[in-house]
Write a protein that binds this ligand. Sequence first.
Ligand SMILES: [Zn+2]
Length: 330
Amino acid sequence: MKINFEKEFKNQNVDVNSLRPNQSYDFLIKNRNGSLSSLIKDKNKLKKFLKPRSCPTCGSSSSKKLVYKDNLNIVRCKKCTMVYTSPIFDHKKYLEIYDSKEYIQIVKRIGEDSHLYRKKRFGSERYKILNKFIKKKSPRILELGCSTGFFLEYANEKGWKTSGLELNSSAVNFAVKRGLDVINKDFLKYKFKKKYDAFLAFDVIEHLVDPKKILKKAYDILNKNGLIFVYVPNWNSASRLMIGEKDSHFIWPTHHLNYYTPETLQIFFKKCNFELLYWETKGLDMIDYKWLLDSRKKSSKFLDKHLEEIQFFINSSGHGKNLRMIAKKI
Ligand SMILES: [Zn+2]
């Protein structure tokens, strides 16, 4: 039997230098805690800012500690197996973090400089995936946390009616200058005048203090049979298993508050009255693993040679770092 991973990889090809230009990835890793860096070093001061949190999916407060990183805890719910950060800061503090000059700098370096590459590579890919499930010719879509709007710009050019919300003012200015309908507003407070055919959130849900509240509002502003399309990091990723929690950059408790698996994301959607239509995992697990080995001067010729084949099997088995899911309002 021949496994045709090459065909798959032609579609998945990612140019890491375009995606992470000018050492922006090293910059992100180094500055990942941004405006919180000094606060999280001081355990006693930190305690005053933190509040205990119950499971963001089922509400249970019974949990088991899994990981301790940056002086914060990541726990697993004993009832529904959801993995999440607890205790955490309050909502206001997170709004400050995402509009801080440190975070703006991260997004500028990694987002604005690679906008055109992201539009072409990821905008087109996301459009193709969603287009299979969209029935209308020019659907009205809303993207939460749209960053520089690279997906919206691509979909716009294909005739979709697009709008976006983003908390990072620099990214909003960038998107508006490119003619996109992107506003800097709090989604939960904003009064929408229209209904949408799809609600999108790429790499957003993992940051939310109360993801259920967001999904409930998304439900309300969607048309009948409206879709949600999300990307989240996969807790069950090969990256975490190979690289370990300490060096896996997606294990980032100051910013990532919710860690889904294919199973727990589906449970979460069901609880919010959405029915699963599609899921898959894809990732740069092996590239990130190679990056770690190279930085430790432990490169492996065998891994370099078979990197793409190994990643293919990782993706196929549901262990790719990036988990994608589409679900329908019921
Ligand atoms: Zn739970």
